[in-house]
Design a protein around this ligand. Sequence first.
Ligand SMILES: NC(=O)c1ccc[n+]([C@@H]2O[C@H](COP(=O)([O-])OP(=O)(O)OC[C@H]3O[C@@H](n4cnc5c(N)ncnc54)[C@H](O)[C@@H]3O)[C@@H](O)[C@H]2O)c1
Length: 366
Amino acid sequence: MTSAQRGQPRFERLLVTGGAGFIGSCFARDVLARRDGTHITVLDKMTYAGNPANLAPITSDPEQAARFRLVVGDIADPAVVAPLVAQADAVINFAAESHVDRSILDPEAFLRTDVLGVHVLLEACRVEQTRAAAGHRERSPRFLQVSTDEVYGSVETGESREDDRLEPRSPYSAAKAAGELLVNSYVVTYGLDAVLTRGSNTYGPYQHPEKLIPLFLTNAIGDQQLPLYGDGLQRRDWLYVADHAGAIGHVLEHGVTGQAYNVGGGNERTNREIVTLLLDRLGKPWSLVRQVEDRPGHDRRYAMSSSKLAALGWQNKVTFEAGLAATIDWFAANDAWWRPIKSGEWETYYSRQYGARLAGSSKASQ
Ligand SMILES: NC(=O)c1ccc[n+]([C@@H]2O[C@H](COP(=O)([O-])OP(=O)(O)OC[C@H]3O[C@@H](n4cnc5c(N)ncnc54)[C@H](O)[C@@H]3O)[C@@H](O)[C@H]2O)c1
């Protein structure tokens, strides 16, 4: 009887790269909290976005801590990656430079991690595939690349499907698309066992305050201005982080090699609508909102069909209303988590990104 038939996960030893960030840490926390014997090694470079506090629920629980290891290192460093992949049944790659605005300020770091880093991970998997073929390990590791709906570019109408053309329009999404193409090439050329997920805009506890929802939440809690790009009518499909992490786990277990799966939230909202909901729940006034110069090349809308993932047997569990309420309440209750992040390097970034914009901003009409 296989582990899947016994109802147990197929993969017992996971290498979770970028697991100290927002979505990767949620994945690690949720998998280890199942207490089904799964072991996780997180490999994380601990950039400004990596945070050991995101893993505290694991490390403070002796049973989970015994099945967990954190390695600080770079996915683009083959010497670090090779021995870790050698010990893994599956590699789930969350590691990325992930913020579009930073990719406009400094694209090079994105190419290094989101393209070269993916290549190093794939090469390590290929070595393990050869070892498996030679009988030195039971099977080659499965590789899951966590990608994004942004690779489809701006979608004015309708919904992106997995076979649509990739038309990335920012350095971030171009780097993510390049990473995807490399994964595909390793499936076709070397027969590597790899799958892809394309998630939509994700929100929830532990998200770095550079991203829209936590930025506006933490600014509003501190009665600071909220810099709303342009007319604020950009549309995003919002996905709760535990659903995103759960869908990735489902694709890891059940996805077909070489296939990509959209992971949508089914909750399309304009940025203005999001701001209104946040302010209402916090009891803060709209007068905090400032209309600032838009992001260059700002994609107007993302929307995906998730019917392929539904056919694979996955359904989201958290409604937008419940997820947003939980997120707002978490940030309101956990300023000890986010206040330290909004200092030091943050202040340099914030003034570079928003200083001139806020100085030239106008009152945002409601
Ligand atoms: N946040 C979203 O809305 C969203 C939506 C769809 C897909 N994604 C994708 O999901 C993944 C995770 O996103 P996130 O929001 O959790 O990002 P994040 O920025 O919160 O975390 C990224 C993590 O990767 C680590 N990292 C960066 N470069 C590294 C390197 N070279 N080697 C090892 N670790 C490195 C960072 O230290 C950090 O812990 C990314 O691949 C992103 O493209 C994110």
